[in-house]
Design a protein. Sequence first.
Length: 418
Amino acid sequence: MMDKRTEGAWLINHTKKLLDFKDTQEFEDIELAGKCGSFLSNLAASDEQSDLNSDKVNAIAKVSNIKKTEIETIKSILEDARLIETASNGSLSVLGITTSTVLTHTADIFKNNNPSNYQKAALELSESVSDLPKEEKILTEYISDSYKLSKAESTDLFMQAEEIGFIDYEKLDDNSKFYFNGNLFRRENLTKTNAILSSLKQEERMKILELDNLLTTKGCITVEKAKSILGELLLSKLQSIGMYDFNEVSNTKETKTFVTKPSAFSKYGNPFEEDALDLAKAFVSSLYYGINFSSSGRGRITMLKALLSKLVKGSEVGPATAIGEDYKLLELKRVIQLRRESNSSMYYMKLLKKDVGALAMQVLEFGDTTEQTVFGTNIYSGSVTNYVGPEQKRYNNRKKQNTTSKQSVADILRTFRN
């Protein structure tokens, strides 16, 4: 049986994927609980009460992908659970809540809605292929028996789970299906990496070791750098099975993608649970964007480890013009809070979610090379206004794969069976 934090993480994960689909009533309790969790996370700071006016509440609802027709229901559920207090003017208060407690509350909300076995099975289906891929026959029997699903229900669940992206599969030589998901490399990473390396050519193995060493040293690199080492085809294959995380940040002018290792958060426990909401990954990627693409005249970050340490301790950093322009997404997600300096265009930054800051430090504390310089000479000083997390990037990549590359992925995954 899953613990509450793991269940909460899967509820958040599945809800993100359900947003891209219509007519998914079979999973309505999953989606409701997941939206409650995301909204609660975006409302709260880590260790202090937050009092938010109606305008901020509505803005946070939009960031949380909550429709106008859903907001009152979600607020009511959170208030009944004594997680928030609402006022007649639309404002609300929320006590300090960490990512860990958000996941627990999300699981409780799901349980309190008396979900069907079909929905419970949808969560277990993903969890059961997180450590190692499983063959269709074994997985089908396990899920059907555990949740007492009829053959028709089981067939329908697997069909929908494949289409929505709760699980992935490849067909092997005997045409049997082989199920997995993007969490393979978040646990026991060394064993699985060695299994992958043993299936590749010597030249490819050397390239992967080079990239792994670079990520161990720097924690985060641009996708262009990763491609220069592995080549686009090999990098795409490894991304599709979740060996590397791709984090995309963007604004109206450009999109930049940064690569991290899925196991980078493992110091603090299960990395799938610790950053289920992708906030630490978004924080790292946004800071890396500020390091590499913001000019020094605007307050470009040059002492990243020192800056993060100061933020995690509760201090403000700044003032700088870039702080007010480069981190809008993090402000909307209430990872940070900005304060404008009097009679100035410069801002101070304060970390609201200190657990997210601590996770971000974990990614960047691999070595002494976290003080980066601008890549090239073409500097664009733009704000980060959107973020696409690793699982969405991986899913999009798998959808674009042709038959040849999908077979290559199947060949790689087959190594886990041995």
